[in-house]
Write a protein that binds this ligand. Structure first.
Ligand code: KIV
Length: 258
């Protein structure tokens, strides 16, 4: 898309001025379509594992998978800020986090996201010291789904609320430009949004975050095999595809008889 390139600093300054819309993309056409629609922040998320690669969760996604899909998305040369997820176990030490963040940047990402708060602060600092924009991710951490035994709302307990606030403040102080809040109880997401100086971008975290992010195939109804509480598809792409394919198949079969 033409126009001025969106930077992490610009996303950060949208707090309190303009709500941030963000979506995921994993390839050239989706990145280009989202960019042409004016979405300012596009995430090559490790939701890739479920919505493209057919895994049950994100824990099988590798750096090679992420680099491959980041390269495809980056070929769209979006005006949007293109952020990529550091996949499971790719940021266990500050050195590993930095090495892998650099690989995603070399593939075309303009910043990285990783899951966690104070426990990954040294990793965040290493990434930020190298000048790479960092997007935080707090609340339900999908890379921990196996330990957690499912996708659970965070922030219902007082201890969780305090931990979320301390983590969000730590990420902001370490130089994150924004924080994704996933499945955080809505009143807690609202409080965090009021208290932290950087934007919060919610997914299943109520209406009061500074922005919202969704996994694009969920928004478009491309995955009819499961439903999620936090997203009502705005399109039934799966049904429409089935109908078009059936219609085309029927046309081929009819014409073969003639
Ligand atoms: O991987 C992903 O798509 C994400 C979003 C759910 C924010 O992290």
């Amino acid at each position: 898309m033409t126009g001025t390139k969106v930077t992490a600093a610009q996303i950060q300054t949208m707090k309190g001025r303009k709500r941030i819309s963000a979506l995921t993309a994993y390839d050239f056409p989706m990145t280009r379509l989202l960019d042409e629609a004016g979405i300012p922040l596009i995430l090559v998320g490790d939701s890739l594992g479920m919505v493209v690669l057919g895994y049950a969760d994100t824990t099988n996604v590798t750096m090679a998978d992420m680099e491959h899909h980041v390269r495809a998305a980056a070929r769209a040369e979006p005006r949007a800020l293109l952020i990529a997820d550091l996949p499971y176990r790719s940021y266990e030490t500050p050195q590993q986090a930095l090495e892998n963040a650099k690989k995603l940047v070399a593939a075309g990402a303009e910043g990285v996201k990783a899951e966690g708060g104070r426990e990954i602060l040294a990793q965040v600092q290493a990434i930020r010291t190298a000048g790479i924009p960092f997007l935080g991710h707090l609340g339900m951490l999908p890379q921990h789904v196996l330990q957690e035994g499912g996708y659970k709302i965070k922030g219902r307990k007082e201890t969780e609320q305090q931990a979320l606030l301390a983590d969000a403040e730590a990420l902001a102080n370490a130089g994150a430009f924004a924080i994704v809040l996933e499945l955080v109880a809505a009143p807690v997401a609202k409080e965090l949004t009021q208290k932290v100086p950087i934007p919060t971008i919610g997914i299943g975290a109520g209406p009061d975050c500074d922005g919202q992010i969704l996994v694009t195939p969920d928004l478009l109804g491309m995955l009819p095999w499961y439903s999620l509480k936090h997203v009502k598809p705005k399109l039934n792409a799966a049904e429409q595809m089935r109908a078009v394919v059936n219609d085309w198949k029927h046309g081929v079969e009819i014409s073969a008889k003639e």
